[in-house]
Design a protein around this ligand. Structure first.
Ligand SMILES: Cc1cc2nc3c(=O)[nH]c(=O)nc-3n(C[C@H](O)[C@H](O)[C@H](O)COP(=O)(O)OP(=O)(O)OC[C@H]3O[C@@H](n4cnc5c(N)ncnc54)[C@H](O)[C@@H]3O)c2cc1C
Length: 420
């Protein structure tokens, strides 16, 4: 018998509250298993080589594009899931395979997210496919906010965009730092100041294609971890781009700046909007690394014998593994909650997005360190993957907002006060 809530009349008159449900649909399970298969068979076997080479793993990106895991359609499929869970599920599985390669595949998503978040529909349809290229010739994209003197404090951004009305052209000058895919990307999304007097509220985001005269890669960064992912400075020297490359358009920018100049509350800054939307996904990447380390350490502890018994038969080891499992599952719940809230338009009252990224990043560092310890001397060598996972995990307490910045956001949200 149909309940009242199921009758057509009731459906027509009552607004349905979106329900949070941990039971994955068959589609979500299929996506998870498909990505896991790719991570296990293609990504993990290639991980050590690309970490040592410190180069973008183009053949693996091509493989991902070929099976439909990399590209505009894939992004639409994962991000289109109304529960919001598909994207974190995909991220966790891929980064379980390897974080460096995972970032080489998923790093483009940061630029795509900023185009979706700040651009118009037409801009998204024009530029996101170009960010990814084609199945036979995949491309990558870069999101460039950070600068040598503007990391946690984005109000320090000095890159300047000036508008010339007569030619409807923007001219951009500045230096970007730490850009994932910087200089090798086909499309760069560049955050620049259009009105320095307004600080971070005077920022806007621009599309700068790689064939624009004046854009070029600066120094490539040699990193502690995530070494298969390319990170570099980007120089912008008198880069002239058409007015249409301003994300969101000039009219919207002028309206926003006018509101800020009148002292009205402006919407949050361009760079911050992108970070807020991507935080649960970033947390899911960290969970993938933590889970890889936990599973590896568990198997090892069940095999390795000392004092005539398996090392897991000692409570010290078994309890460490129990804690790892518990913390990883707790992270996943925070990430899925935040992803579900973001997808269903539910306001983050307590900075749930930041909470999920903070917790997952810190657990990934802790769990990978525990895994090294459980493997003993072997864990400290490059013959075993756990040392790489530990190096990879550390970035999750630094990029997309350091742990301190997340705590700042959370403490301000829960207190309503200006914590500094
Ligand atoms: C591998 C990698 C990839 C990256 N990819 C990108 C990218 O694609 N695009 C991009 O724009 N950026 C990228 N970044 C930059 C990254 O977002 C910044 O490194 C990060 O925001 C921190 O900035 P910072 O390095 O300047 O550190 P700083 O801001 O100088 O911070 C240094 C330390 O001081 C602490 N600190 C600063 N202010 C405070 C405060 N008020 N209270 C308490 N503690 C504070 C920080 O938490 C940190 O521990 C990347 C960085 C790396 C390493």
């Amino acid at each position: 018998m149909a309940t009242t809530a199921e009758t057509p009349e009731a459906q027509g008159t009552q607004e349905q509250e979106p329900q949070f449900n941990l039971a994955l649909t068959q589609d979500q399970k299929d996506v998870r298993d498909w990505v896991h298969g790719f991570a296990e068979q293609v990504v993990r076997p290639a991980a050590h080589e690309w970490d040592e080479r410190e180069e973008t793993p183009w053949p693996v990106i091509q493989e991902a594009a070929k099976i439909g895991l990399y590209g505009f359609e894939a992004l639409q499929q994962f991000a289109g899931d109304p529960t919001g869970l598909s994207l974190p599920i995909v991220q966790e599985e891929l980064f379980w395979g390897d974080a460096g390669i995972g970032m080489a595949i998923m790093g483009t998503g940061l630029a795509a997210a900023s185009i979706v978040g700040q651009g118009t529909w037409d801009q998204a349809m024009e530029w996101i496919p170009r960010c990814y290229g084609t199945e036979s010739e995949p491309k990558v994209a870069a999101f460039c906010a950070s600068e040598p003197n503007a990391g946690s404090d984005v109000s320090g951004i000095r890159t300047r965009a000036k508008y010339d009305e007569a030619s409807d052209t923007w001219t951009i000058n500045g230096q970007k730092a730490w850009a994932t895919n910087g200089g090798i990307a086909d499309v760069h999304v560049v955050v620049a100041s259009v009105d320095p007097e307004l600080g971070s509220r005077g920022h806007a985001a621009f599309i700068v294609p790689i064939d624009t005269p004046g854009i070029e890669q600066g120094a490539k960064v040699k990193k502690h971890g995530l070494r298969a992912s390319h990170t570099a400075d980007v120089h912008l020297d008198d880069c002239k781009i058409p007015g249409a490359y301003l994300l969101g358009g000039k009219e919207k920018l002028d309206e926003r700046l006018a509101r800020v100049r009148e002292g009205k509350k402006g919407k949050s800054q361009a760079a911050m909007q992108t970070f807020e939307a991507t935080r649960p996904s970033v947390g899911a990447q960290a969970i993938g690394i933590a889970r890889a380390a936990y599973e590896y350490a568990l198997d090892y502890a069940k095999e390795r014998e000392q004092f005539g018994k398996k090392i897991i038969e000692n409570q010290a080891i078994a309890f460490a593994l129990a804690d790892m499992k518990m913390e990883i599952d707790a992270c996943r719940l925070l990430v899925w909650r935040a992803a579900w809230m973001a997808r269903n338009g539910i306001r983050f009252e307590n900075a749930e997005g930041s909470m999920s990224k903070l917790k997952a990043g810190e657990v990934a560092v802790w769990a990978t360190e525990r895994a090294i310890h459980i493997l003993g001397g072997n864990g400290y060598t490059r013959e075993y993957p756990v040392e790489r996972w530990h190096r990879d995990a550390k970035i999750y307490t630094i990029f997309e907002g350091t742990s301190e910045m997340q705590r700042l956001v959370i403490s301000r949200a829960i207190s309503g006060m200006r914590i500094t």
